[in-house]
Ligand binder design. Structure first.
Ligand code: NAI
Length: 720
C-alpha cells in the first residue's frame, strides 16, 4: 500500500498493525490530511480475509493521537462546512467500529502518550483499549477548552463505555486522565509498560478472535460505586436527576459564558434519549455552530498564542541561553518553596535554598517533599524517582553551595534594601556569569540592580501564587539587562512548565500594573455604595474566576495597600483610590491570612459570606444598587485601558503577550481572549467612546490611551 502518514504490517497470525505517523510532524493530529490513507487502510482491513484482527497505534515516540488539528479549525469559516467535515469523520470512525461489530475482526487501540480529543474518540471505536503506564500517557476530551465539543462520536461512545456521569465529567471539564485512573473507570482495559505495548495488543487482538462475546468484560473490575452509578443510569428517573445535576454544576462553573459545555451536555442527552443516529447528527450540528462562535475563536487565539510563546526566545536577536543545571533560591517562604518545587520537579535542576534559620529550611524542604509525595501517590513518579527528586533540593543558612549555581532566584521579603544587600552578597559568591533574578512583585529591577557589579545579569522573574499551579511567568527586562540573561530566564521558565512573557521594567511591570486600576475602581464602587457581593458577583458573571474584593482578601489587603501606594508614586493621581481603604489597615484587616477582611473566615480559614462589619470600619453608609453592567464596564475598562498604555509605552512586546499575561496571570475571562482581543472584538472606536463617557463622569483615570484612539481611527486590529 502506498501510505504517507501510516505504517501498515500484517503478521503471520493475521493481525494487522496500523501505526499513525503523521509525516513531518512531531505530533499525530487528526485532520483531512490523514483521510486518504485511512480510506486505503480501511479498504484493506475490510476486504482482506487474511486479516483477522487489528492493532491501531502510533509510531511516534510520545503520542498516540493528540486530537484534531486545530489549524484545520481555522479553515472552517462557516457552520455548514464544519458540520460536513464532522460527518466525514463520523463515517470514517464508523468503519473502524464496524470492523469488530460487523466483520468480527477485533480492533485493539494501543495507546502510548497523548490520547486526547479526536485521539480518544478514535480509541473509543476500538473493541479494546490498552494503555502504557508511562507518565506521558493521558486520555481525555479537552474540546470544551477550545470552545467546541467532542465531535468524533465522543458524546455518544464515551457514555456507552464508561457511563453517563463519568463521561459528562470528562467532557464538561475537559480534564484528562492518567492510565491507571482511566482503567479504574473503564476507559482502558489494561495498563502495560511501554516496551510490551504492541506485543500485548497483538496477543489480546488474537485472543479476542476466539473469545466468547463479552468474555473479558471490563465491568468485572469496576468499583461497586461505579457499578451502582451505571445501574442508576439505566432508569429514566435516575438519568433525569443526573443530567439536571450535571447542568447545575456546569452553570455554576461557567455562569452561562461558555456555550460549548452546554451543547456537549445536550448532545449526550440526545444520544441517550433518541439514539445514536440523532446523537451524531446533533454532535455535528453543534460543532459547526460552535467552531465559528466568538468564544471558540477567542479560546483558540489563546491556544495559538501559547504555542507561539513556546517557540519565542523572549529576545529579538539570536542568542544562546545559558544552560541552567543548578539554581540557588534566596528565601524559602511561600514563593521560594514553590519556585524550588517547579525547579526540581519540572525543570529537573539541582536546587539550593538559602534561608535565615534551620526552621526556614525545614519549612521549605517540607513543602517540596509534600509535592513530591503527591506525585508519588498519583503514580506520576515511581518511588526511586521520588527519592531522587527529594535529594535534588537542599538548604543552607550561609552561602555554601552557591559557588556553582547558574541562576539565582531571589524571593525574600519585599524590601528594597534587603534585596540589594543579598544581590551584592550573591555577586561575591556565585560564578561571574550566573544570572540573578528577583521575584519582586513591585520593585523596579533597575533599582534593585543599582549598585550591582554585573547589572547586565540582573532581571525579574515574577511568579504567581501558588507557583506549582499558576501557568504564567513574567520575565522583567531592565534597561541594562542583556539578551543572554533574558533568554536564559525565558528558557528556564519554560522548563519549569511556565508560559513566559517578557515585559519592560516599569513599576508593577505588566500584570500588577493592570490589576491596580481595576482594584482601585472596585474600591470606588464600594465607596459609592455597591456591596462587596454585588461587585464580586458582577465580575464573576463577566468571567473572572473570583471577584476583586475576594482577590484582595486572598492577596492580602496590606500587600494590596502597599502596592497601591507604590503605583500612585509612579503614575500619579490617576492611580489613586479612595482614602477610606487605609482604615482597613488601621483596623488590622489583612484578609484571609489573619481571617479578617471583606469576607468572614472560620477557625479553619474557610470563607463564610461577607463580613458586614467591614462597611462600618470603612465609615460607609447603607448599600445601594449599582447595576452589574456598570460595575463590569468600569472595572473591565480600567484594566483594558491600562493594558493599552503598557503596549503604548513598550512595557509589552506585543498585544499577544498582553492577552496571555491577563488571562493566565489574572484570570481575565479566557472566552473574551484577553484585553486586546476583546478590544478587537468590540471595536476600538466603541471602547474609546465608552472610556470617554466614563472620563466625563469620573475624570482623568478613564482617559483613553492614545494607542486606542489611533486604532479607533485606523480601524487596525491589535491581534490578527
Ligand atoms: P514569605 O514571607 O512567605 O517568604 C519570604 C522568605 O524569605 C521567608 O521565609 C524568610 O525567612 C526569607 N528570608 C528573609 N530574609 C532572608 C535572607 N536574608 N536570606 C534568606 N532568606 C530570607 O514571602 P513571599 O510571599 O514568598 O514573597 C517573597 C517575594 O515574592 C516578595 O518579594 C514578594 O513581593 C514576591 N511575590 C509574592 C507573591 C505572593 O503571592 N505572595 C507573588 C509574586 C511575588
Amino acid at each position: 500500500m502506498d501510505l504517507t502518514h501510516f505504517t501498515f504490517e500484517v503478521d503471520g497470525a493475521g493481525v494487522a498493525t496500523v501505526l499513525m505517523d503523521r509525516r513531518d510532524e512531531r505530533m499525530n493530529t487528526l485532520g483531512p490530511a490523514l483521510f486518504d490513507d485511512m480510506n486505503t487502510i480501511l479498504d484493506r482491513l475490510e476486504h482482506d480475509d487474511e486479516i483477522v484482527a487489528v492493532v491501531w497505534g502510533s509510531a511516534k515516540p510520545d503520542n498516540f493521537l493528540a486530537g484534531a488539528d486545530i489549524r484545520f479549525f481555522q479553515t472552517l469559516t462557516d457552520a455548514k462546512t464544519a458540520e460536513d467535515a464532522i460527518k466525514a469523520t463520523h463515517a470514517m470512525f464508523a468503519r473502524i467500529e464496524a470492523l469488530h461489530t460487523e466483520r468480527g475482526k477485533p480492533v485493539v487501540a494501543a495507546i502510548h502518550g497523548a490520547c486526547l480529543g479526536g485521539g480518544n474518540e478514535l480509541a473509543l471505536t476500538a473493541s479494546m483499549r490498552i494503555a502504557t503506564d508511562d507518565p506521558k500517557t493521558q486520555l481525555g476530551q479537552p474540546e470544551v477548552k477550545l470552545g467546541v465539543i467532542p465531535a468524533g462520536g465522543g458524546t455518544q461512545r464515551l457514555p456507552d463505555l464508561i457511563g453517563i456521569a463519568a463521561a459528562l465529567d470528562l467532557i464538561l471539564t475537559g480534564r484528562s486522565l492518567r492510565p491507571h485512573k482511566a482503567r479504574k473507570i473503564g476507559l482502558v482495559d489494561e495498563v502495560v509498560p511501554p516496551q510490551v505495548l504492541l506485543d500485548v495488543a497483538r496477543t489480546r487482538a488474537l485472543e479476542a478472535t476466539t473469545a466468547k462475546p463479552d468474555g473479558g468484560s471490563i465491568k468485572s473490575f469496576l468499583s461497586p460505586d461505579h457499578l451502582q452509578q451505571l445501574a442508576l443510569e439505566q432508569n429514566p428517573m435516575g438519568r433525569r436527576v443526573l443530567f439536571k445535576k450535571a447542568e447545575e454544576r456546569m452553570l455554576a462553573e461557567t455562569h452561562g459564558n461558555y456555550p460549548a459545555p452546554q451543547r456537549a451536555l445536550e448532545a449526550v442527552k440526545i444520544g441517550v434519549e433518541q439514539g445514536h443516529e440523532a446523537g451524531y447528527a446533533a454532535e455535528a450540528r453543534f460543532f459547526g455552530e460552535l467552531v465559528v462562535s466568538p468564544e471558540s475563536k477567542a479560546l483558540r487565539s489563546i491556544f495559538f498564542a501559547t504555542q507561539e510563546l513556546k517557540k519565542d526566545p523572549g529576545v529579538d536577536g539570536k542568542v544562546e541561553p545559558k544552560e541552567v543545571r543548578k539554581v540557588g533560591i534566596l528565601g524559602g517562604g511561600l514563593m521560594g518553596s514553590g519556585i524550588a518545587t517547579v525547579s526540581a520537579l519540572k525543570a529537573g535542576s539541582t536546587v539550593r535554598i538559602k534561608e535565615i534559620d534551620d526552621a526556614g529550611i525545614d519549612r521549605a524542604l517540607a513543602y517540596v517533599h509534600r509535592n513530591v509525595d503527591k506525585l508519588r501517590r498519583r503514580r506520576r513518579v515511581r518511588d526511586f524517582e521520588a527519592e531522587r527528586l527529594m535529594h535534588k533540593v537542599t538548604g543552607t543558612t550561609d552561602w555554601s553551595g552557591f559557588e556553582n549555581v547558574d541562576l539565582v532566584i531571589e524571593a525574600v521579603f519585599e524590601d528594597l534594601s534587603l534585596k540589594r544587600k543579598l544581590l551584592a552578597e550573591a555577586e561575591g559568591v556565585v560564578p561571574d556569569d550566573a544570572v540573578f533574578a528577583s521575584n519582586t512583585s513591585s520593585l523596579p529591577i533597575s533599582s534593585i540592580a543599582e549598585g550591582a557589579q554585573r547589572p547586565e545579569l540582573v532581571l525579574g522573574m515574577h511568579y504567581f501564587s501558588p507557583v506549582e499551579k499558576m501557568p504564567l511567568l513574567e520575565v522583567i527586562r531592565a534597561e541594562r539587562t542583556s539578551d543572554v540573561a533574558v533568554a536564559t530566564a525565558v528558557a528556564y521558565g519554560k522548563r519549569q512548565g511556565k508560559t513566559v512573557i517578557v515585559v519592560g521594567d516599569g513599576t508593577g511591570f505588566y500584570t500588577t500594573r493592570i490589576l491596580a486600576p481595576y482594584s482601585t475602581e472596585a474600591a470606588f464602587l464600594l465607596e459609592e455604595g455597591a456591596s462587596v457581593e454585588a461587585i464580586d458577583r458582577a465580575m464573576v458573571k463577566w468571567g473572572f474566576p473570583v471577584g476583586p474584593m475576594l482577590l484582595m482578601d486572598e492577596v492580602g489587603i496590606d500587600v494590596g495597600a502597599k502596592i497601591a501606594k507604590i503605583m500612585v508614586e509612579a503614575y500619579g493621581e490617576r492611580m489613586a483610590g479612595p482614602t477610606m481603604m487605609e482604615r482597613l489597615i488601621d483596623a488590622d484587616r489583612r484578609g484571609r491570612k489573619n481571617r479578617k477582611g471583606f469576607y468572614r473566615y472560620d477557625d479553619k480559614g474557610e470563607r463564610d459570606g461577607v463580613d458586614e462589619s467591614v462597611y462600618e470600619v470603612l465609615g460607609l453608609g447603607p448599600r445601594r444598587d449599582i447595576p452589574a453592567a456598570e460595575i463590569q464596564e468600569r472595572l473591565s475598562l480600567a484594566m483594558i485601558n491600562e493594558a493599552a498604555l503598557c503596549l503604548q509605552e513598550g512595557i509589552l512586546r506585543s498585544a499577544r503577550d498582553g492577552d496571555i499575561g491577563a488571562v493566565m496571570g489574572l484570570g481575565f475571562p479566557p472566552f473574551r481572549g484577553g484585553p486586546f482581543w476583546y478590544v478587537d472584538e468590540v471595536g476600538a472606536a466603541e471602547i474609546v467612546d465608552r472610556l470617554d463617557a466614563l472620563a466625563e463622569r469620573f475624570g482623568e483615570r478613564f482617559a483613553a490611551a492614545q494607542i486606542l484612539r489611533d486604532h479607533a481611527t485606523s480601524g487596525e486590529r491589535f491581534r490578527s
